[in-house]
Design a protein around this ligand. Structure first.
Ligand code: MIG
Length: 662
């Protein structure tokens, strides 16, 4: 059951597609006072949700914000990351789902100020609130997901392994990476192009000197079974004669300052303007430009810097310089030195700048700060909508850095600029179910870590988890240690690990598609499946993946195995050196399982089927019909196997599902 409450006159987000009739306040569990929604949390209560954010699967004990932010340091002290995902679930005696629908900032104090209290504080008196009551946690998620619409479905090839790095700045470099994989027989399906492919960081341009005959490069890579996936940035370089800038300026498509002039910010290319992604006409115009790359054979994109990230505004920069000039002559002491230091860093992503420009949205003018969380959502949405016309029959890969609920219908998200830290591998694991609840199924983190230098063992462990995430991409920042797997001494181990992905593909794709088409989660916390099992409910580092298996990744350095909680009888299936080994059947309880580097372990439920393929070096090579079915138990249930052509946009359960029996 869904209750919808409307407060003030909310700005439409289009997050929810089917809205029930609004009603007057009818809550016993939640209190409402001065726009603050609060409730008591009982000792045993778990709070799930909030999509992309820091900390645990159980969000209790911290304070969070929904405020899309370009935040490259994902430490525990942060309140928000790139997404604004205002959905959470209280799992106590009574189970309820709560969705706060507003593009403005919302603060969620989930037992931070007082461990027994939750307080939700929207930054605006104008918002909608949805309260969902169902018997089960899965039921709450399904009901919520039906409200917000079907999740994005990528092409099948996008489930293959991808290699990325900020710094692939020439066609030769790209060819070298492709050869590094193909020559070593390491499976791969995509290579990502970061801003280096552009001409001076100008969207929809290609640097002709370094990438002569781009279309030919795209074609040659396709012949090797590799898709090139270019990045698109949220800001357009302000440069006379650059057609995208000129058109945007002429037609008034950029965000405006208070005086109605194009608002100028600094990002990669220096001075830039922000296309008004919220404005239908402007957003459509920008999205139409993706055709330039589609015409060169491209069939996937990643949208970056769309929080939007602002290095500086002209005004902010001027003020900072003036201030620093004053410090120049001073004797900098404890107060002034830090203020001086802070002057330059605080020009980025500043609240003053977010309050200084305007959008035209659904026929009205809004200050950016009122609609901040919609920017990345609409950038990606407009592109997704454009693809309906530009590529009506063929799915296009699309994922974004910033997002808001609603965007899940048009693209996925990657988890942004993590670091090569073990703690971020754990964060990646924990974020999967939280994002799934909010509709984001196509997601993954930068495997090996984006910032700082990876280590060989971290990369192996991260890949060993990444084999399960729909987006499986190794990405790293320029200047860091090289992270392509063929460069490492244990390349063979890594090849085996990536190979597991291709054996798992029939199951992963099938579970993904069922999750999308049935409004379910692909990754679930154990507490969703074993609601009454108090030990299972507290597990923060294992996940249920689809209906057949549980995973328990290793996320600590120098360990050779880990303790696993087994919630019901399960059989260990171990992928080792290219072999699938069926090992012990464990009974309910804690067990220590050895997991040396390079082994991938899954725990198969009794009477369920795990279909595996023979693998391949690219998705095209995988035979989705030649399957081996793994199972144990007396009463093995048939497996509903979903498969389709992997490209066409018309997907349905009726035509896609087949029943597999042993
Ligand atoms: O502020 O395009 O998250 O994946 O490599 C840096 C360069 C801009 C941020 C993205 C990252 C990408 C980088 N971008």
């Amino acid at each position: 059951m869904v209750k919808r409450y409307v407060f003030g006159s909310p700005i439409e987000t289009d997050s929810v597609l089917c809205k029930p009739e609004a009603i007057g306040w009818q809550e016993s569990r939640l209190q409402l006072q001065d726009n603050v929604i609060s409730c008591e949390l009982r000792a045993e209560e778990i709070v799930y949700g909030l999509g992309q954010n820091v900390r645990g699967i159980n969000k209790r004990g911290w304070i969070y914000e929904s405020n899309c932010v370009d935040e490259p340091q994902h430490t525990e002290s942060k309140l928000s990351l790139y997404g604004a995902h205002n959905f959470l679930i209280l799992d106590g005696e009574q189970k309820i789902g709560i969705f706060v629908d507003t593009p403005a900032k919302v603060t969620f104090d989930i037992g931070y100020t007082d461990y027994e209290q939750m307080r939700i504080v929207p930054d605006t008196p104008d918002f909608e609130l949805y309260v969902i009551e169902e018997e089960s946690l899965d039921g709450i998620v399904s009901t919520f997901r039906k409200l917000i619409g079907r999740s994005y479905i990528p092409p099948l090839w996008a489930f293959g392994y991808g290699q990325s790095r900020w710094g692939y700045d020439s066609a030769e470099y790209v060819r070298e990476v492709a050869a590094g994989y193909r020559d070593n027989h390491i499976p791969i399906d995509s290579i990502y192009l970061d801003i280096d492919y552009m001409e001076r960081y100008k969207d929809f341009t290609v640097n002709e000197d370094r990438f002569p005959d781009f279309a030919e490069l795209v074609k040659q890579m396709r012949e090797q079974g590799i898709h090139l996936v270019p990045i698109i940035d949220g800001g357009v370089k302000k440069e006379d004669g650059y057609d995208v800038y000129e058109e945007g300026k002429k037609n008034g498509y950029f965000c405006k300052d208070a005086k109605g002039e194009d608002f100028v910010i600094g990002v990669w290319p220096g001075r830039s303007c922000l296309p008004d992604m919220l404005n239908e006409e402007a957003g459509r115009w920008f999205a139409g430009k993706y055709k330039i790359l589609l015409d060169k054979g491209i069939d996937g994109f990643w949208n970056d810097m769309n929080e939007p990230a602002i290095f500086y505004s002209e005004k902010g920069l001027k003020e900072a310089f003036d201030k620093i000039d004053v410090y120049r002559t001073q004797n900098l002491d404890v107060d002034t030195f830090f203020a001086f230091q802070n002057t330059a860093t605080s020009v980025s992503n500043s609240p003053e700048d977010y309050a200084a420009f305007y959008h035209q949205y659904k026929g009205k003018r809004y200050c950016h700060q009122q609609v901040h969380n919609l920017f990345g959502y609409y950038m990606t949405r407009r592109a997704g909508e454009a693809f309906e016309e530009l590529s009506p029959d063929k799915r296009i890969l699309l994922f974004s850095r910033a997002s808001c609920i609603g965007m899940h219908r048009y693209g996925g998200v990657w988890q942004g600029d993590n670091n090569s830290w073990w703690s971020h591998l754990l964060m990646n694991i924990r974020m999967m179910p939280s994002l799934n609840m909010c509709g984001f199924l196509y997601t993954g983190a930068d495997l090996g870590g984006f910032g700082n230098n990876t280590t060989e063992d971290l990369l192996i462990r991260w890949l060993s988890f990444g084999v399960f995430t729909p987006l499986m991409r190794n990405h790293s920042v320029r200047g860091s240690r090289m992270q392509e797997v063929y460069r490492f001494r244990s390349m063979e181990l890594m090849r085996d690990v990536i190979g597991v992905r291709y054996q798992l593909l029939p199951y992963l794709y099938s579970e993904y598609m069922k999750a999308a088409l049935l409004d379910k989660m692909m990754f679930r916390p154990l507490g969703f499946v074993y609601e009454e099992d108090q030990l299972a409910r507290r597990v923060e580092d294992q996940l249920m993946l689809g209906d057949s298996i549980m995973i328990a990744p290793v996320y600590e350095q120098n360990v050779v195995g880990r303790t696993v909680y087994i919630p019901e009888p399960m059989k260990l299936i171990r992928f080792h050196a290219g072999q699938v080994q069926e090992e012990e059947i464990y009974q309910k309880g804690f067990v220590y399982v050895e997991m040396p580097l390079g082994d991938v372990c899954v725990f198969l439920k009794e009477n369920r089927i795990l279909p595996l393929s023979k693998g391949g070096e690219s998705v095209e090579e995988v035979d989705f019909e030649d399957l081996k079915l793994y199972c144990f138990g007396e009463n093995v249930q048939p497996y509903a196997y979903y498969m389709d052509d992997g490209v066409s946009k018309r997907c349905s359960l009726e035509s896609g599902i087949r029943i597999l029996k042993v």
